[in-house]
Design a protein around this ligand. Structure first.
Ligand code: HEM
Length: 428
């Protein structure tokens, strides 16, 4: 590491990171009154940054790639070789445009909301006694995600797929045997995804041969068909292994939105005035959006994103060299006092006159979604959450005695109980 080796502390911060969790960066930024510090994590030198300027430095101008930017234990579960996240430059933009096209247009978002509503009502009708909301939501969202991409749940072992996706999400922060076990789940899900895509390819080829590709049913190709027939930089079909990784890159995070919805339920329980506003206020849709943004800002999800410098550059009187490991602290940026006054106060109304600055609210990355690594599923996440909190607010339920605390030193975070609820009998 040129330029900075001498500033890197000898002590490894990994132990403190495990103990302090989401607050690891925030504590150090506050203590030193700085928005950048050097540390060592897992014995490797790392620079941690936060704030809107840091987010802009990190996401604008293609300064960082994602290769070797996460511990392998995380990488194997959340991303994989050949995925959109591992690409840079023109290859990245090309693959990313596929995600943007599939996940971000108005039609796709409306489909997602309507499928979710449908799956939610179906599930609620089947509930008897008390349920753990997070468990229920992961099932609802697995079915929703399948239908959204164009795979009929009746053709899939949904419970098994759900278990595989959940294992990847829940163990992204684990090491050793738990992590290895989860990789087994990932391999099983990848095998399934490859089979689905191979079938889609055969069907697309058959339609081409029989000249029926323009039949009304095929006019708008399903996302799974688009993924199956997507081509790479060389104009050839993507290797089926890569397409399978990308299919999982849609299904897995859609199921992970369950955590955010549970946080939404947690917030409505903690601040019941918001539940009332969503249930019987004058602008429930707008209020659900305000609540959604504040939940995404306040509650812990991805603590950081990591990048490896693709070239040498200067920022804040510092020299960064190609290969340097930099972490943008998302949690600290979402709690940055310079951006969010009273940052630890839960106040959805702060989003009433929010200017939409792409570098301030960063739970899903920052900057421009088409050119950088910002999450292409953010619109879908917001839409799902908005729909889900409205449905929840309208449901009559009670909370039995339980531990709703959220440990900030466990990644990924969730209320301890998973949020247990019981349905109330309909009012007469
Ligand atoms: C990228 C978070 C939901 C698909 C990202 C990144 C973050 C993130 C922080 C940026 C990583 C980076 O800069 O390297 C989240 C959170 C979600 C969520 C907290 C809530 C559950 C979704 C959904 C989808 C999705 C619903 C798809 C339907 C992706 C993909 C990337 C990505 C494909 C890689 C983009 C790229 O490298 O260009 N996500 N995400 N995410 N997300 Fe999400």
């Amino acid at each position: 590491r040129r330029g900075q080796r001498d500033r890197t502390p000898i002590a490894d911060g990994s132990v403190a990171l495990l103990a302090e969790g989401y607050l690891f960066g925030r504590h150090r930024f506050q203590r030193a009154g700085t928005d950048v510090f050097d540390t060592r994590l897992m014995l490797r030198p790392a620079t941690v940054v936060y704030g809107a300027d840091a987010a802009q430095m990190f996401y604008d101008g293609e300064r960082f790639g994602r290769e070797r930017a996460m511990p392998t234990s995380v990488m194997h579960l959340l991303q994989d070789e050949g995925s959109v996240q591992s690409l840079t430059g023109a290859s990245h933009r090309r693959r990313k445009s596929l995600f943007v096209e599939l996940l971000m247009d108005d039609g796709a978002i409306e489909d997602l909301q309507s499928v979710y509503r449908n799956e939610w009502s179906r599930a609620v009708r089947s509930w008897t006694g008390e349920v753990v909301l997070h468990d229920e939501l992961t099932m609802i969202l697995t079915r929703t995600a399948l239908r959204w991409v164009g795979i009929a749940p009746s053709t899939v072992d949904v419970e098994r797929l759900r278990a595989d996706l959940i294992a990847m999400i829940d163990n992204a922060g684990s090491f050793g045997p738990a992590n290895w076990l989860a990789r087994g789940h990932r391999r099983r899900a990848e095998r399934w995804a490859r089979d689905v895509l191979a079938l889609e390819r055969r069907e697309a080829a058959r339609l081409r041969r029989t000249g029926r590709k323009n039949s009304p049913a095929d006019a708008r190709q399903s996302p799974v068909r688009r993924l199956a027939t997507a081509t790479g930089d060389d104009g050839e079909l993507l290797p089926v292994e890569v397409a399978a990784v990308e299919l999982l890159n849609v299904l897995r995070p859609t199921v992970a939105v369950a955590r955010f919805i549970v946080f939404g339920a947690h917030a409505m329980n903690r601040w019941p005035g918001w539940r009332r506003r969503l249930r019987s206020g004058a602008s429930p849709d707008r209020d659900a959006l305000l609540l959604t943004h504040e939940v995404r800002r306040c509650y812990p999800f991805f603590p950081v994103v990591g990048g490896r410098a693709l070239r040498d550059f200067e920022w804040r009187d510092r020299s960064f060299a190609e290969g340097d490991w930099v972490l943008l602290d998302l949690y600290a940026t979402n709690h940055d006092e310079r951006i969010w006054g009273d940052s630890t106060v839960f106040r959805p109304d702060r989003f009433r006159d929010w200017d939409g600055d792409p570098f301030t609210l960063v739970p899903q990355g920052a900057g421009d979604v088409s050119t950088g690594h910002r999450c292409p599923g953010e619109r879908a996440t917001v839409a799902l959450m908005q729909t889900a909190v409205l449905e929840l607010a309208r449901l009559d339920y009670y909370l039995p005695e339980q531990d709703l605390s959220i440990a900030l030193n466990h990644f990924p975070a969730l209320p301890k109980s998973g949020f247990r609820i019981g349905l109330l009998p309909p009012a007469r």
